[in-house]
Design a protein around this ligand. Structure first.
Ligand SMILES: C[S@@+](CC[C@H](N)C(=O)[O-])C[C@H]1O[C@@H](n2cnc3c(N)ncnc32)[C@H](O)[C@@H]1O
Length: 349
């Protein structure tokens, strides 16, 4: 054995199959480059990282009945999945407006759609809250169709820096627009036990609201940090120790889901902005204009249902969905995020 062979060769460091950084984690983050990887992930019933799979696409198109030459609004642009389908219906004639509050994902979606050939001649994208729909009408004129697909996109949930998911470590932020308002962590510092309990009940029907609200406010009072997703999850976990072991893990998961949802609704004023949007809809719609709204929890669905029913009774809408439409079993099986979706529609008189 010569010297050369004896010399210890340091093995290249094995990065492992689970790289830590989100941006290193998934090939799918570049869907245009890795279409085969993306297809495999979708086939397994998952949503590729950095992408969002649009829900009830055909049901929405059947309701909106878009024809070339019409003007419409996608109030929740997200990944642009529904927007793209609506643009195809316009067939280069008419105009589509699209809004989203998210300053992080919006430019990416704009670029993706521009690369597909949908520029400002057919598509106008605004970073704004859909509660400001009235500010679009002076430019667009009355709208023939409107879609709102509420809540958060998969890109937002999957990005740990946004703090939307209890499953990954990140700052407890949960804002759709992180440059506005206060983060969930800051909100928790200002809230009383009673108010937090009310928030968890009202926004998410959390059955352990009292215990969780007590534990969170006590931790903050004692000077403990509740500023990351995992710190909040740990408090919820510790609080629910009284649940029998066989059910505990599942209950903790559900409570985490509900508490994060409640906080997200709160820091983004989701009920207030939805209410404003629903109130402004009739003014924004053209005669015979169609609106479809996709909701993801009972609080949102209740608001939409009540508004459509009231405005139907007063003759402002000539027709409304008799019942909420649910995604097909096939769609729910292939996309778990579709399971709690409910779709309602209305047509202006
Ligand atoms: C479920 S995603 C929409 C996905 C989109 N339909 C698609 O097919 O890609 C919801 C989007 O609505 C946005 N959003 C939520 N509330 C909003 C509001 N009040 N005003 C504007 N955008 C909002 C979120 O930032 C998110 O991007």
């Amino acid at each position: 054995m010569d010297n050369q062979e004896q010399k210890h060769q340091r093995r290249p460091r094995y990065k492992g199959t689970h790289p830590k950084a989100f941006k290193d984690k998934y090939k799918e983050l570049n869907p245009e480059l890795y279409s085969d990887t993306v297809a495999k992930v979708i086939q397994k019933g998952n949503t590729p990282a950095g992408m969002h799979r649009s829900i009830c696409v055909q049901e929405i198109l059947d309701i909106l009945k878009i024809t070339p030459g019409e003007t419409g609004l996608d109030a929740t642009l997200g990944y642009g999945g529904h927007t793209l389908e609506m643009l195809k219906c316009l067939d280069s004639k008419g105009h589509l407006y699209a809004t989203d509050v998210d300053p992080i994902e919006l430019p990416r979606t704009r670029e993706r759609l521009e690369n597909l050939g949908y520029g400002p001649e057919i598509l106008t994208i605004r970073q704004t809250n859909f509660s400001n729909i009235d500010e679009i009408i002076p430019e667009s004129g009355p709208l023939d169709f409107i879609l709102a697909d509420l809540g958060v996109s998969s890109m937002q949930i999957d990005n740990p820096d946004r703090g939307f998911s209890f499953k990954t470590e990140g700052p407890l932020d949960l804002r759709l627009n992180p440059s506005k308002g206060i983060s969930a962590a800051e909100r928790l510092k200002t809230i009383s036990q009673n108010e937090l309990c009310g928030m968890l009940l009202e926004n998410a029907d959390e059955p352990h609201a009292e215990e969780i609200a007590r534990a969170v406010t006590l931790a903050i009072k004692k000077g403990e940090d509740v500023t990351t997703t995992s710190q909040l999850r740990q408090i919820i976990k510790d609080t629910l120790k009284f649940i029998p072991e066989k059910d505990r893990e599942n209950e903790i998961k559900k409570s985490c889901q509900r508490c994060f949802q409640a906080l997200r609704i709160d820091v983004n004023n989701e009920f207030e902005v939805l209410y404003d949007f629903l109130e402004k809809l009739p003014e924004a719609l053209a005669e015979g204009g169609r609106v479809a709204i996709l909701t993801f929890h009972s609080g949102e669905d209740r608001l939409v249902k009540k508004s459509f029913q009231r405005l139907h009774r007063s003759g402002i809408y000539k027709e409304i969905a008799p019942d909420a439409i649910r995604p097909s079993a096939e769609e729910c099986n292939s996309n778990g995020r579709a399971r709690c979706a409910k779709l309602r529609w209305a047509i202006k008189a």
